[in-house]
Design a binder for this molecule. Structure first.
Ligand code: PMP
Length: 298
């Protein structure tokens, strides 16, 4: 927290700051996986998360105090100090720690917080979704490309509506009426053996997991992957759907608006992509070692 290692309850933010009042922050969630072969934690695509938070900060006119190497060192120091020997997520938050309002540019401080976290959902069982009545925020208002706390109020509206109506989660349409993403994850569908995902201009977060999946599907599994607009009705007639994200990882969607997807079970391409993904993030394969950073325990 602002350069110090502190117990969580001693980590304080200025009560009159714009972060406290307006939720002015940008953040990342990084997963660290336990590689059981050598009992070591490894961070997945840490550099990419730092690059994205710096881009978010740039758009939001927040000035980070630290360089990329300083941030990476702080991350490693914080994770190692906590001595977790299980899968965790780690929040990285840039926040404003001074009196202020919504209408100025600020220097920002950094918070890094590791939190034990297993699977978000049973990734084999799958989930049900509805198409949300809420529209996804857009680049014309609250840019979804920027990973900022306030964006998650839009996610919250959709998620709570879905839950109240008996679904596990929601799928957003964007301003153009095309499929965008889920409240905290991106979407892939499968049609005729091809993976299809909305483009980065479809009001989505430029997801690191989405990028990982595109690369492993193409290069490791030899699958065809297309980035293009997706219509709502394609959700009803496609063969498979899965959601993906750092916390979510890969989770099959078994129905949308109570319309069964495929045969209502996890599909073969979802399964293949998921298996490869878990091998890659746990450092079990030789390919993509550049995405994996072992955190020295000593
Ligand atoms: N979209 C939204 C709205 C998200 O919150 C997340 C989770 N960060 C994602 C997509 C997936 O992004 P990533 O793969 O980088 O975690």
């Amino acid at each position: 927290m602002a350069g110090n290692l502190l117990p969580a309850e001693e980590a304080k933010i200025h009560a009159l700051s714009p972060t406290c009042q307006y939720g002015l922050n940008v953040f990342e969630v990084v997963r660290c996986y336990l590689n059981s072969a050598n009992n070591e934690l490894l961070a997945f695509r840490l550099k990419d998360h730092y690059e994205r938070i710096l881009q978010s900060a740039k758009v939001m006119r927040l000035r980070p105090k630290y360089t990329l190497p300083e941030m990476q060192n702080a991350f490693i120091k914080t994770i190692v100090a906590n001595r977790y020997m299980e899968d965790i997520t780690a929040r990285i938050v840039f926040f404003v720690n001074e009196f202020g309002s919504w209408n100025s540019e600020y220097d920002c401080e950094m918070l890094i917080a590791p939190i034990p976290r297993g699977r978000a959902y049973d990734s084999d069982a799958g989930i049900t979704c509805c198409v949300s009545s809420w529209e996804r925020i857009s680049d014309k208002s609250l840019p979804p490309r920027v990973k900022a706390g306030p964006n998650y109020i839009n996610s919250r509206m959709a998620q709570l509506e879905a839950k109240n109506n008996g679904f596990d989660s929601a799928l957003f349409l964007n301003r153009e009426g095309k499929v965008s993403e889920a409240p905290g994850s991106c979407i892939f569908i499968v049609r005729r053996g091809e993976l299809i995902t909305p483009p980065v201009t479809a009001s989505i977060l430029e997801s690191i997991t989405r990028d990982t999946i595109i690369k492993i599907a193409r290069h490791d599994l030899g699958l065809s992957v297309v980035e293009r607009d997706v219509d709502r009705t394609e959700l009803y007639i496609c063969d498979e759907i899965f959601l993906c994200g750092t916390t979510m990882e890969i989770v099959p969607v078994l129905s949308v608006d109570k319309v069964t997807v495929g045969d209502g079970k996890e599909g073969p391409l979802t399964k293949a992509v998921k298996q490869k993904y878990f091998d890659v993030v746990r450092g079990k394969v030789d390919a993509h070692k550049e995405w994996v950073l072992y955190l020295d325990k000593n």
